[in-house]
Design a protein around this ligand. Sequence first.
Ligand code: R5P
Length: 317
Amino acid sequence: MANEDFILLTGRSNPELAESIGKILKTEVTCPISSFSDGEIRVRIKPNLRRRIVFLIQPTSYPVNDHIMELVLMADAAKRASAAEIIAVIPYFGYQRQDRKEMSRVPISASAVSSLLINSGIDRILTIDIHSEQMEGSIKQPWDNLYASYSLLPILKKRYPKNFIVAAPDKGGVLQAVGYAKLLEAEGIAFAYKMREISLNDVSSTLGMIGEVKGKDVLLVDDIIDTAGTIVHAANFIKEKGARSVRVAATHGVFAGDALKKIEDSAIEEMVITDTIKPRDEVLNNKKISIVTVAPLLAEAIRRIRTGESISKALIL
Ligand code: R5P
């Protein structure tokens, strides 16, 4: 198939990741976005899109509302330009944690955002480690969710060849921890549990743990590091319980507020994270943090979507 049957477009959220994907697929990546003087987003796609598959690469990370709007406007432009299929590649899906009604009279924001995307003309969504896979049911269109374990495993296998425990920082992370423990042939599994004060937004603390970590090297895994409260509480707790070392592997590095300082001051020895969100300079230069790219994973998924090959067979570990 010639490359002309598909096109890669990127928003302004993580053009570096889009470029890396383009390099692997030997395809040019175009960013059709600029701003009007009043701050409104301007989209102008120059190449012809008629009957082509359009991949819109855009993690909806901070500033989340701007990045969602860029995606919506690119999709609208592609739809009106007669694209054959419009696929939103959203490595990090903003609002994903607001996926249920935790209390009365609150929105299910993740569902509202996915509906907005579909209404703007998107035919398929591709994400990595979406916070809850049930979100796929919020729309009728196909939603492929990949796992960052595909990208993280090689480095984790190299660094932690034997005798360690995989731990989850909260009950929501149990399945992910079990998955990693299996893939890495870990010696055992442990789970911390926490209490999040919903009305206080981000406040949480680790209350206890199931599993033995005394004298062990522990690898904590999580999907998102946002304020770093969850992971730091769990890491310090595990260290207090006598673990020899605590390391972290996580998918999405938001690092809001003083997250980096918290990590610096914590028991965490090192952290491996992916580039689903464009890493800021202070993340790139942080001595405790290594970044692994998800570009090969997304490039292969894009190639398979384009050719109609199975994604689950090769990419879902
Ligand atoms: C929670 O359910 C998630 O899996 C993450 O643990 C959480 O969102 C991380 O947020 P923070 O870093 O702000 O504690």
